[in-house]
Design a protein around this ligand. Structure first.
Ligand SMILES: [Zn+2]
Length: 359
């Protein structure tokens, strides 16, 4: 294997950076980018890292955006990476952290070995895994890039051009408490209202681009009282922003009406986590990404995904960003792993992007 790429990746995953605790890792990256690439590194007010690297032998003067996220999911402390038969995995008691440190290591290795590259604006965001929080707070006013690549997909052949709108729906139902044995007739069961609402709610696929799920229900406090409170956590996603809003409004109405019908009250809070994005398949950034995938012998799969990525936010902030692969497998589990050969392919893909954008 490429010793240096492996060494850098191992170094990175050994620095703990669970969401919210990325500071040490970001300092490490600051040092690395400054030392090796004469980069100008700053952090914005939220602590996201912004790296400006001057172009190398590039005809293009306009910068190009690259991004990865600094945080990992749990359990991500004291990760011990192990290389065996060309595959890197953790010892088994933690995730590996290839998501997204493989992407960062690959980008760094591509920079080390590229003959040329355009001026780069690299953002390493915080708290991606807990709701794209860093990207949402990112101050893009200092960024001049209009085109970008987020290295945060598992599959190397993926070119992600879009994602859904995602509504977070929190419901609190209030009924009326009463002793369950002495005077149950005076109570109004919040659990009853909740189950009534959920039983008439349409869940799963609503149409081919919209889903609804009730993920958590909690309610009641003690066995022998008519439950006064019940809480429900639900969500709606749709590739079409308006459908996401309309479906969510419907869910709100179902809870309110069902609760009211038995004398309870539903308070429904809705928050749009991120909005649907779709880049045209003809966009230059998509074609460049496709050619990069082809350059390593793979067939590019241009697609939309059902989840949000930092690209959902960057696209809304005016940087047309596709998501490309870093090559990992089984992210967010203790089986997370990555083949060294795939890391090397990802480096080649980034080279190809650098090359085209240096013209
Ligand atoms: Zn990720």
């Amino acid at each position: 294997m490429n010793e240096r790429l492996g060494k850098t990746f191992f170094e990175m995953v050994k620095i703990d950076s669970e969401s919210g605790e990325e500071q040490e890792f970001i300092s490490y990256l600051k040092d690395l980018f400054t030392r090796e690439f004469q980069a100008k590194c700053t952090t914005d007010s939220y602590g996201n890292l912004i790296v400006n690297i001057p172009g190398k032998d590039s005809a293009r003067k306009e910068p190009v955006f690259f991004s990865c996220h600094a945080d990992t999911v749990k359990p991500g402390k004291n990760i011990e990476p192990i290389l065996e038969n060309g595959i890197i995995r953790s010892k088994g008691d933690t995730i590996l952290g290839a998501d997204d440190k493989a992407g960062i290591a690959e980008l760094v290795e591509a920079l080390r070995t590229a003959d040329r590259y355009p001026p780069l604006e690299i953002v390493v965001s915080r708290e991606e895994e807990i709701g794209l929080v860093g990207a949402k707070h990112l101050d893009v006013s200092s960024l001049k890039s209009r085109m970008g690549f987020l290295i945060d997909m598992d599959a190397l052949d993926a070119v992600v051009i879009g994602g859904p709108s995602h509504m977070i729906i929190d419901v609190e139902i209030t009924g009326k408490a009463a002793h369950a044995g002495m005077e149950p007739e005076k109570g109004i069961s919040a659990i009853k209202a909740a189950s009534y609402a959920i039983s008439i709610l349409k869940e799963g696929w609503i149409d081919e681009e919209t889903t609804v799920n009730v993920g958590i229900i909690e309610g009641g406090a003690i066995r022998n009282a008519v439950p006064e409170k019940a809480q429900i956590k639900a969500e709606c996603r749709s590739m079409i922003h308006e459908k996401c809003i309309a479906q969510s409004e419907l869910i709100k109405e179902v809870f309110e009406t069902a609760a009211k019908s038995i004398g309870a009250r539903a308070e429904v809070k809705m928050e749009m986590a991120y909005e649907a994005v779709r880049i045209s398949e003809d966009a230059e950034v998509v074609n460049i990404a496709k050619r990069a995938v082809e350059s390593v012998g793979l067939e590019p799969e241009v697609r939309v995904i059902c989840g949000g990525t930092d690209a959902s936010i960057y696209n809304k902030k005016g940087i047309q960003t596709v998501v490309i692969g870093f090559g990992g497998k089984a992210e967010h589990t203790k089986d997370e792993n990555i083949a060294v050969a795939d890391m090397e392919k990802a480096v080649s893909m980034i080279h190809r992007i650098f090359e085209e954008l240096s013209e």
